[in-house]
Design a protein around this ligand. Structure first.
Ligand SMILES: [Zn+2]
Length: 214
């Protein structure tokens, strides 16, 4: 369908609408100013960083990737995340990216998980880094739009887990920098629950990095 539409509708920048390019240089530059430290209300207990605020080109790109099936944005969002990760990572340590979980139903409707795709693109452009998509969100989690922070926490309680790995081993070296990545950080509920669940299986997250912080 996308290919058919492309024949009819000219491609436009997801950030500013400039015709002829999916993601323009100006919008790309807007995501290279950070990462900036952010403090969500639900504190995951590790430093949280964002490439920018949940506004402007970053916000529009995240929404286009998540809600409008713009799979082409995985590469530029991945490159933007890689820029932030290059600044945050410890020298001479391996880097492991764990995409934050999204609702299975939502991910399927969107034709795959945009956060996983962006993380994979980020890892491809960084040395000694890989993506371990461990996190799962079970059925029964309502979309969090319109929920208060307390309702969000309750909505997630026990619904986020880590997928079982082959042989029961997670296979993440204790010497690696483990970063939880997501598209948006709002209340911090998803990040907090993810960090807690990962700690429970022996994975110590050292930072959270998102494209946009609300
Ligand atoms: Zn643009």
């Amino acid at each position: 369908m996308r290919t058919l539409l492309d024949l009819v509708l000219p491609v436009a920048c997801a950030g500013c609408g400039t015709v002829g390019v999916g993601w323009c240089a100006d919008c790309a530059a807007a995501l290279t100013l950070g990462p900036v430290r952010v403090w969500p209300r639900a504190d995951p207990g590790v430093p949280c960083w964002a490439l920018g605020r949940y506004a402007g080109p970053g916000r529009r790109a995240v929404l286009a990737a998540k809600e409008h099936g713009r799979r082409d944005l995985a590469a530029p969002l991945g490159v933007a995340l890689a820029g932030g990760l290059a600044r945050l990572r410890t020298r001479d340590r391996a880097l492991v990216l764990i995409p934050a979980p999204s609702r299975a139903a939502a991910a399927r409707r969107r034709g795959g998980d945009p956060v996983v795709r962006a993380a994979l693109a980020a890892a491809r452009s960084l040395p000694d880094s890989r993506v371990v998509p461990l996190m799962r969100m079970w059925w029964g989690v309502r979309d969090s739009v319109g929920l208060t922070p307390r309702e969000r926490q309750h909505n997630l309680g026990g619904r986020i887990g880590a997928a079982p790995c082959r042989g029961g081993a997670v296979g993440i070296s204790a010497n690696a920098d483990v970063v939880l990545v997501d598209d948006v950080l709002t209340t911090g509920a998803t990040a907090s629950e993810s960090v807690r669940v990962l700690a429970g299986i022996g994975v110590s997250v050292c930072a959270v990095l998102v494209v946009c912080a609300a």
